[in-house]
Design a protein around this ligand. Structure first.
Ligand code: 5RP
Length: 290
């Protein structure tokens, strides 16, 4: 595709996203606006790299040694989503990216119910770690719906006091089949109503319905690794066209055989409005170098 057409398409999408984002940012206090701008780039888009999976999954495949997974990918991420333990042990304070601190947990894959989370990390600790945002899961429709929503509300109260944005994660636990537009729209809207500044959800069919009902920026997670790279490029592209501001995409990047090629291709969709085909071409040419 000629550069000028791609640039023009990118510029149009960017203008639209910027307007949306700036509306929010203009009404924020300086500290909150500054932290939001650390994680969401000036084009209004964002690539968050989640490496928090160990907090309930243990040594997840290809995240067994977090430092080895994180460092090759860090240059291409706008922010990392991470627990305090992995942050302190596996990320150098003088060589990092903006941090979104995972502050909910207390459950495991083999425990009774993944939804039964509490807040694991205080706001004081988040400030001490100089994070840009904090993240917490909510479990709509679960036995612990109310607890997880009240946890979110408390965290928002604390975060607003110190100018720290809260990202709500619309978690489904082991019930991956829940990920449809009706359920995700419900979850995202509730998260926004309770004060989340950003909502992380899953891509789904009719994704525009999810974004339309959510008055704060939405980022997409990937869930377990899918069959092909193209499938990832297609859902990320589709979600962006339908109003997501970016991704919080983990396993489909770092469980890929060529994770650097993968993150570069995803980055091109998010920040250069590359099509799935262009992303696939970039992936194919970059994987030779890994
Ligand atoms: C798991 C999370 C992850 O941050 C989120 O699910 C994104 O990762 P992936 O793309 O691998 O699903 O909240 O704790």
């Amino acid at each position: 595709m000629p550069c000028s057409i791609m640039d023009e398409r990118h510029a149009a999408v960017t203008r639209q996203q910027n307007r949306r984002l700036k509306r929010g940012i203009n009404s924020m206090e300086w500290g909150m606006a500054n932290r939001m701008a650390q994680v969401i780039q000036s084009d209004g888009h964002a690539l968050f790299l989640p490496v928090d999976h160990g907090y309930f999954q243990g040594p997840t495949r290809r995240l067994e040694e977090p430092r080895r997974t994180i460092y090759p990918l860090l240059p291409y991420a706008d922010a990392i989503f991470i627990t305090r333990g992995v942050l302190r042990s596996s990320v150098d304070p003088d060589n990092s990216k903006p941090v979104i601190l995972r502050v909910s947990g207390g459950t495991s894959m083999i425990g009774k119910d993944l939804a039964n989370e509490g807040i694991t990390t205080s706001m004081e600790e988040a400030i001490r770690l100089n994070v840009s945002a904090v993240g917490i899961s909510i479990f709509i429709g679960s036995d612990y719906e109310k607890e997880s929503l009240l946890n979110l509300s408390k965290l928002v109260d604390e975060g607003e006091k110190y100018g720290i944005p809260v990202m709500a994660v619309t978690a489904v636990g082991k019930e991956l089949e829940k990920r449809d537009a009706r359920y995700l729209a419900l979850s995202c809207r509730i998260a926004a109503e309770l004060g989340a500044r950003v909502v992380k959800t899953y891509w789904c069919e009719d994704f525009e319905r999810v974004v339309r009902g959510c008055p704060v920026p939405v980022v997409m997670a990937g869930g377990p690794q899918v069959d092909s790279e193209l499938e990832v490029f297609e859902f990320v592209y589709d979600g962006m066209q339908k109003g997501a501001i970016g991704v919080n995409l983990g396993r489909n990047i770092w469980q890929n055989d060529f994770p650097v090629a993968m993150i570069k291709a995803i980055r091109a969709i998010i920040h250069q409005n590359a099509t799935p085909k262009e992303a696939q071409q970039l992936y194919s040419s970059e994987k030779g170098g890994e």
